[in-house]
Design a protein around this ligand. Structure first.
Ligand SMILES: CCCCCCCC/C=C\CCCCCCCC(=O)SCCNC(=O)CCNC(=O)[C@H](O)C(C)(C)COP(=O)(O)OP(=O)(O)OC[C@H]1O[C@@H](n2cnc3c(N)ncnc32)[C@H](O)[C@@H]1OP(=O)(O)O
Length: 186
């Protein structure tokens, strides 16, 4: 991977909230209509994310025909959205509300429609309100149900997320959402 994103030295280790999901549990959607994780979003990514060990989670996604950019290929914005979402869900392990300030994506290999992607993401550490996250995407081989990450590495990303107070950050926008879950403040 050729990213030039700089992760600062001396980050504080991230703390998993005491009541965080157990490894293997499905990560809940913060909003059923969320483009990334919402089960009811008609044209959404439908990312299926699972809690992992420590500060890691995984996710899977089918590259559907309406995610097309170049002929037969995934649109770059779709892959970027998937990385944004899966790293944002990773931050949920800390039990804080955070929004993306920086998203750095390495489009390492072309990804064809019909591929199944497996994302692996981990919180690298924190600095004050800043949370640094790293993710990679692999193709899932074979039957598509193996869940392994032994397939070819096709992309990578870093995210910088900033902890916000949801009652302040979403104060003006909240009324525009019919669906947001108060549990996640968004
Ligand atoms: C789909 C959306 C869901 C929303 C999530 C809600 C939680 C739900 C639960 C579960 C999530 C599941 C998954 C979701 C995944 C998707 C997340 C998204 O895509 S979020 C939408 C896109 N992002 C924005 O709309 C932010 C817009 N920007 C802002 O609102 C502000 O710029 C904000 C809050 C990011 C920072 O503003 P300040 O005034 O609060 O804070 P300052 O003081 O500027 O920064 C704090 C620290 O961060 C650094 N910083 C801020 N921006 C930076 C940047 N661009 N580059 C480098 N450093 C930056 C600063 O230098 C400072 O660092 P120093 O502590 O002093 O060292």
């Amino acid at each position: 991977m050729k990213s030039t994103f700089v992760v600062p030295d001396g980050l504080e280790p991230a703390q998993r909230r005491s009541d965080a999901l157990a490894p293997g549990d499905r990560m809940p959607s913060h909003n059923p209509m969320c483009f990334g994780c919402g089960p009811d979003a008609p044209n959404g990514l439908h990312l299926d994310a699972r809690a992992g060990e420590g500060m890691a989670i995984t996710g899977e996604m089918l590259v559907e025909p309406h995610f097309e950019g170049g002929p037969g290929m995934i649109h770059g914005g779709i892959l970027s959205s998937a990385f944004d979402e899966i790293m944002g869900m990773n931050v949920m392990l800390m039990g804080v509300t955070a929004v993306t300030a920086v998203l750095d994506v390495d489009f390492a290999k072309p990804i064809q429609l019909g591929s199944r992607l497996r994302f692996s993401t981990e919180i690298l550490g924190t600095q004050r309100r800043k949370i640094y996250v790293r993710a990679v995407a692999h193709l899932i081989d074979g039957d598509g149900n193996s869940g392994g990450d032994t397939g070819e590495e096709v992309g990578g990303a870093h995210g910088l997320f900033i902890i916000v107070d949801p009652s302040v950050h979403f104060r003006e926008s909240r009324a525009k959402s019919q669906f947001a879950s108060p549990e996640f403040g968004a």
